[in-house]
Design a binder for this molecule. Structure first.
Ligand code: SF4
Ligand code: SF4
Length: 219
C-alpha cells in the first residue's frame, strides 16, 4: 500500500468512527431522559445481585466451610463442642447441630462480594442479599457479629466441655490402670514343652518344581 493510500485510509477510518459515535449520541438526543430520584426512589436489584451477606445463625453448624472458602479471610468462626448430654437441635435442613458457635464475625469492609462463601455451606444459611446501603462512619461497625450466644452461655459451654473432657480422661486412665492391674495379677504363662532330640521337621521337604504335576519340568 502506498503512502498516499495509507493517508486517505486513515482519514476514512477517523471519519467513519466519528460518524458511528455521533449516530449513538443522536439516537439518545431525542429520547425522554429518566432520572431516578435516589435515595427516594431505588432501582430494583437483579435477582442474583451480590451485596451484603446475611447468616441465619440458627441454621449454622459451625463447620467452617464458608470461612475456608473466603479468599480474604474476612469470616471468623469459633466453636465449642457440645457434650453428649446436650441437644443443640437440628437445622431447618435437618442436620444435627453438635457445635456451639460463640463467634461468627464477618468483616464486611474486607469482603469483595465474590460469593465464594455461599455455595459450600451445607445448610444454606449464609446468603448474599440485595442490601447495598450499609456505609458507616466507623470501620468497626462494619464487623458484623452473627453469634447470639451471651458471654455467660459461652463460659458455661466451655466449662461443661472441660468437665466432660476431664471426666472422659479420668475414665480412660482408670480403665488403663484396671487393665494393667489385671495383667499383673494373671498367672505367668506355662513354658512351651521341649521338642525331643532328632524329631523330624513338621513340614515335608519341598518338592522340586519340575516334579510337581502340572508344572513344566526341566528337559
Ligand atoms: S463474599 Fe467472598 S470475600 Fe465476602 S465473605 Fe464471602 S468469600 Fe469472603
Ligand atoms: S458454611 Fe454455613 S454452616 Fe458452615 S460455618 Fe459457614 S455458615 Fe455455618
Amino acid at each position: 500500500m502506498t503512502a498516499v493510500r495509507i493517508y486517505f485510509n486513515n482519514i476514512w477510518l477517523a471519519l467513519s468512527s466519528i460518524a458511528i459515535g455521533m449516530r449513538i449520541t443522536m439516537s439518545h438526543l431525542f429520547v425522554k431522559s429518566v432520572t431516578t430520584q435516589y435515595p427516594d426512589v431505588k432501582l430494583k436489584m437483579p435477582e442474583r445481585a451480590r451485596n451484603r451477606l446475611y447468616v441465619n445463625i440458627d441454621d449454622c453448624i459451625g463447620c467452617d466451610q464458608c470461612s475456608m472458602a473466603c479468599p480474604v479471610d474476612c469470616i471468623t468462626i469459633e466453636t465449642i463442642k457440645s457434650t453428649p448430654d446436650q441437644d443443640l437441635g437440628t437445622t431447618s435442613t435437618g442436620q444435627k447441630k453438635r457445635l456451639h458457635v460463640p463467634v461468627f464475625d464477618i468483616d464486611i469492609a474486607k469482603c469483595c462480594y465474590c460469593g465464594l462463601c455461599v455455595p459450600p455451606c451445607p445448610t444454606e444459611c449464609i446468603v448474599m442479599t440485595d442490601v447495598y446501603e450499609f456505609s458507616e462512619f466507623d470501620r468497626k461497625n462494619l464487623i458484623y457479629n452473627f453469634s447470639v450466644m451471651m458471654p455467660q452461655d459461652i463460659e458455661q459451654a466451655r466449662a461443661k466441655l472441660k468437665k466432660a473432657e476431664e471426666e472422659a480422661a479420668a475414665k480412660k486412665a482408670a480403665a488403663a490402670a484396671a487393665a494393667a492391674a489385671a495383667k499383673a495379677a494373671a498367672p505367668p504363662a506355662a513354658p512351651p514343652a521341649d521338642k525331643p532330640a532328632g524329631a523330624p521337621p513338621s513340614q515335608q521337604p519341598s518338592t522340586p518344581a519340575s516334579d510337581t504335576p502340572g508344572q513344566p519340568g526341566k528337559s
